[in-house]
Design a protein around this ligand. Structure first.
Ligand SMILES: NC(=O)c1ccc[n+]([C@@H]2O[C@H](COP(=O)([O-])OP(=O)(O)OC[C@H]3O[C@@H](n4cnc5c(N)ncnc54)[C@H](OP(=O)(O)O)[C@@H]3O)[C@@H](O)[C@H]2O)c1
Length: 303
């Protein structure tokens, strides 16, 4: 049974206002998602493998299902968020009959290949399936800064867009290929972890020179603030395969990497990530990109 209250918007489209929605997986993120759905007034059913999680959600009005199947059958919209796709498949694979006629949204993070495998499973069972990838920590869920990518069933996205936006105002639909959400996720995380590794190494190098992290942190904002135009410019260069190095060329910047590498080595720091960076830029220079922009190192990365 599905319970949907509909409203007619000024543009004439009908969209659900409150829906029955199930959240499977009550780890830190699943609890945040269920909390946001409760905040938005949706009738929320929850289930978790370990039964004691989510007491606060139940106190706020969520219904705890006795089994994953009961949870699926309780709602028209089923959101899953567990550790990885192996776990989500362990839960969902036995429930294809229960899932029929509902919309399944899997917000579990994993690789594009595993997203493809899950999408093939959903397709084989004719399930209406949206894949998602959450790009923000739990505190941001439900707010205007939250970003969750969606891909797969366009009709499911269109029907439940307002509900999905209760989880995060940033909710772009990337296209019908379910793997796109995971692919965007991986690229975003690639940037994030590379940046975090550089940030922590910078603090280690400062510490080796007896500079407290807090002393240099305010100045690092200068680097952070020049990144937005660099992101846009680098993207434009890479898409156009045009790497104009006027103003800052790769050979000059690689000399800069070499300085950081030697300064780190002389203080006994691990230099493996700097050596990896330099190996790529050296290869790009050897391929003729010394006078080009840093973006040209993409040509030395393969793929
Ligand atoms: N937390 C974040 O800041 C954040 C940000 C972006 C994306 N994400 C993504 O959100 C997803 C969930 O993260 P989380 O922070 O909620 O993780 P978590 O707190 O570690 O919770 C993991 C969840 O997965 C369940 N689980 C693990 N293996 C299972 C299995 N074999 N069968 C059934 N359930 C299983 C756990 O159930 P039990 O309680 O029974 O162990 C629990 O509900 C992950 O894909 C993560 O990458 C998280």
């Amino acid at each position: 049974m599905t319970m949907v209250r509909m409203t007619t918007h000024t543009n004439g489209s009908s969209a659900p206002v409150t829906v029955t929605v199930t959240v499977i997986g009550l780890g830190a993120m699943g609890q945040a998602l269920a909390g946001a759905l409760l905040d938005a007034g949706h009738r929320t059913t929850v289930w978790n493998r370990s039964p004691r999680k989510g007491e606060e959600l139940v106190a706020r009005g969520a219904v705890r299902a006795g089994s994953a199947e009961e949870a699926v059958r309780a709602s028209e919209l089923v959101v899953v968020c567990v550790v990885d796709h192996e776990a989500s498949q362990q839960i969902l694979a036995p429930l294809t009959d229960a899932l029929a006629g509902r919309v399944l949204v899997d917000l579990t993070s994993d690789t594009p290949d595993r997203a493809r495998t899950s999408a093939a499973w959903a397709d084989a069972h004719a399930l209406d399936y949206l894949a998602g990838a959450i790009m923000v920590p739990v505190e941001v869920i439900g707010g205007p800064e939250a970003l969750i990518f969606y891909a797969g069933s366009q009709s499911a996205y269109d029907r439940y867009e307002a509900v999905l936006k209760a989880l995060g105002a940033g909710a772009p639909f990337l296209g019908p290929d379910h793997a796109l959400a995971a692919a965007y996720d991986m690229a975003m995380l690639d940037f994030f972890y590379g940046s975090m590794a550089g940030l922590v190494h910078a603090f280690a190098l400062a510490r080796a020179e007896n500079i407290p992290a807090a002393a240099i942190a305010p100045y690092l904002r200068t680097i952070v603030n020049i990144l937005p135009p660099i992101v846009g410019g680098t993207a434009a260069d890479i898409d156009a395969k045009a790497y104009n190095g006027v103003g800052a060329n790769l050979a000059m910047m690689t000399a800069g990497v070499d300085h950081v590498l030697h300064a780190s080595r002389s203080r006994g720091l691990d230099t493996s990530q700097l050596e990896a960076i330099k190996a790529v830029s050296d290869r790009a220079i050897a391929e003729g990109h010394g006078a080009d922009s840093w973006a040209s190192t993409v040509e030395a990365l393969g793929g």
